[in-house]
Design a protein around this ligand. Structure first.
Ligand SMILES: [Zn+2]
Length: 321
């Protein structure tokens, strides 16, 4: 893992020396109204060299639990008085999506499918480039905080790549209730971080545009454990509750369109053949059960009341330990 040296960080013409704390406002363009948009990076540095943790949220602008986790971490002083190393925290990367209550930037592009990005590219590509070029190179470990998208609720979980032992070690230290191995998505931030030789984790929890207290608590506690395990904080965190690791996961999709009601939600065990929910027609003429295709645990579920055929309804994790 790369670690902070005695050298200052240089982020958008701002020098942050060891022992300093600063908030760097990085311009990312203007709104059509002319208002300047900036990404704020909170940089906390110990006088002592050590690991550098990058915590990012709001790559998807409507995924507010991640934003709230970093807001609380900053206001509670979690990153102050580091015993060694540095933390760079960016509560909202996609500031455009955040003000529009949207996952994407205004042209509909997904920042998390635009890495490593290009300063002459689309808006999403420019936002991605700022992170991958100006900030990520300083970090050794990156945690990207997400929330379930588009009405999907995710049970608090850490995602990492199968076979990435360094990431699995950090995921276990983070200690989210569920650990899920997921392949790297092309052009995602996690892929860009892995390509730069960084240890990269994705945290997922709750549903877009809604706070979930359980998720926020698990995210904050996980950050505390990561910092403590690397000697960056001396105050001992609470140990995690039991963690379950899932090496495979599958979506159960809507067999037809209609009104959807789940009977079992995320965090619970599902047995093969068990009815997890039903789809009704709006006129009370028929009802179709949605059954679990295998034994597993529900790691995510859809809260949408109206679904189309093929919509993802339940995310089942299996091959667990
Ligand atoms: Zn997301």
């Amino acid at each position: 893992m790369s670690s902070s040296s005695e050298k200052p960080f240089l982020i958008h013409n701002t020098e942050i020396a060891p022992g300093q704390h600063d908030v760097v406002r990085i311009p990312v363009g203007r709104l059509p109204s002319g208002n300047l948009m900036t990404i704020r990076a909170h940089v906390f540095r110990s006088t002592q060299p050590g690991p550098v943790l990058l915590a990012v949220a709001g790559i998807h602008g409507d995924e507010v639990n991640g934003v709230e986790i970093l807001r609380r971490a900053i206001t509670q002083g979690l990153f102050e008085n580091l015993a060694c190393g540095s933390v760079i925290a960016i509560p909202i990367l996609n500031v455009y999506g955040f003000i529009n209550f949207s996952r994407e930037v205004p042209d509909g592009k997904d920042v998390n499918r635009s890495f490593p990005g290009n300063m002459n590219g689309s808006l999403a590509s420019r936002v991605a480039r700022i992170l991958s070029k100006k900030i990520l190179p300083y970090a050794g470990l990156a945690v990207d905080f997400h929330t379930g998208g588009n009405g999907t609720f995710n049970y608090p979980q850490i995602r990492f790549s199968q076979g990435d032992e360094a990431a699995e070690k950090m995921a276990r230290i983070f200690g989210a209730p569920f650990l899920v191995t997921k392949p790297l998505i092309p052009k995602s931030f996690r892929k860009a971080a892995a390509d730069q030789g960084k240890i990269a984790l994705v945290f997922e929890g709750g549903e877009n545009l809604r706070y979930d207290a359980f998720t926020i608590e698990k995210g904050l506690a996980g950050l505390h454990r990561l910092l403590f395990a690397q000697g960056m904080l001396t105050k001992e965190p609470a140990p995690p509750d039991k963690c379950m690791l899932f090496r495979k996961s599958t979506w159960v999709r809507a067999p037809r369109a209609g009104m959807f009601l789940w009977r079992k939600c995320s965090g619970n065990k599902a047995n093969k053949g068990e009815v997890l929910g039903v789809i009704n027609d709006p006129y009370g003429e028929w009802e179709v059960p949605v059954a679990a295709p295998r034994d597993g645990y529900l790691i995510g579920h859809n809260n949408a009341p109206v679904v189309s055929q093929g919509d993802a309804l339940f995310h089942i994790g299996w091959e667990w330990e």
